[in-house]
Design a protein around this ligand. Structure first.
Ligand code: SF4
Length: 260
């Protein structure tokens, strides 16, 4: 919702106007994300408004508000998003709470996930890959599966955000990520989960090229010379420039010459 109007709270009337405009402009889906969309008391009504307009809806949340079983029940009685995505940073409470800067948020997010799952089966967890969790992706996958969540998405870190703020302390070694990422995908496959990958070069896991999802291009990503010879280039975000400047080109960086 904060992409509709950044920097100030928005009203229900503004949201509905934007939804109507999106419908007129031919969009098929509305994503509600943040910030944190559940901070808006009218969120369920806004999602319902979009659904009634014939649009698919997607909700991305930290799930803290859904830790209340009553909130979850009331929300899903009113709205049925096509999918709900919850952000989780670790299988360890202390690390998750340090990232969110909110003591207790890990346990609340897990409670929220359980409550969402109780009312809605189309739920996935998004894991932002950072230095401290890059080697623990398989364990996070196990936790997510244990919560009854069918889908998991691993997202590469954008090391410099839209305001230009850099997060070097969160950066991981792109080359070293290949093995733990492969292990996590293999674990998720064994558990029968749906896996998606985002904001990562496809050559880091080329066997899973079909699992990479495309999002809006990020200015901190670039295509290297080798990308010109790669069949996946049109749908690949390329490499994170800060990651390459820090660690050089990873050994896995090779053009993909045919689709598997
Ligand atoms: S070589 Fe370039 S375009 Fe091809 S998968 Fe790797 S980063 Fe993407």
């Amino acid at each position: 919702m904060d992409e509709i109007e950044e920097g100030r709270p928005i009203t229900f009337a503004e949201v509905t106007r934007e939804i109507e405009a999106a419908k007129r402009d031919g969009y098929a889906r509305i994503d509600f994300f943040g910030g944190e969309p559940t901070t808006y008391s009218f969120l369920a009504d806004a999602v319902r408004f979009a659904e009634d307009a014939g649009l698919e809806t997607m909700l991305a949340t930290n799930a803290l508000r859904f830790a209340s079983a009553a909130y979850a029940k009331a929300f899903f009685r009113r709205a049925r998003p096509l999918a709900v995505r919850v952000s989780l940073y670790s299988h360890a409470a202390d690390f998750h709470d340090r990232v969110t800067k909110l003591p207790g948020s890990f346990e609340k997010t897990l409670a929220g996930i359980r409550n969402i799952r109780a009312h809605h089966e189309r739920i996935g967890v998004s894991v932002l890959i950072m230095s401290e969790n890059a080697n623990r992706l398989a364990e996070i996958t196990e936790l997510v599966h244990g919560l009854g969540v069918p889908g998991i998405k691993f997202i590469g870190l954008i090391e410099t955000d839209r305001t230009g703020h850099a997060y070097p302390e969160l950066a991981y070694d792109l080359h070293a990520l290949k093995a733990p990422l492969a292990a996590a995908v293999a674990k998720a496959d064994r558990l029968g989960m749906i896996v998606q990958l985002e904001k990562l070069p496809i050559c880091i896991a080329k066997r899973h090229a079909e699992r990479f999802v495309q999002e809006a291009p990020d200015p901190t990503f670039f295509k290297a010379e080798i990308c010109a010879r790669c069949v996946e280039s049109p749908r690949c975000p390329g490499f994170s420039r800060p990651a390459i400047e820090r660690g050089g080109m990873p050994a896995f960086a090779k053009p993909i010459t045919r689709r598997g």
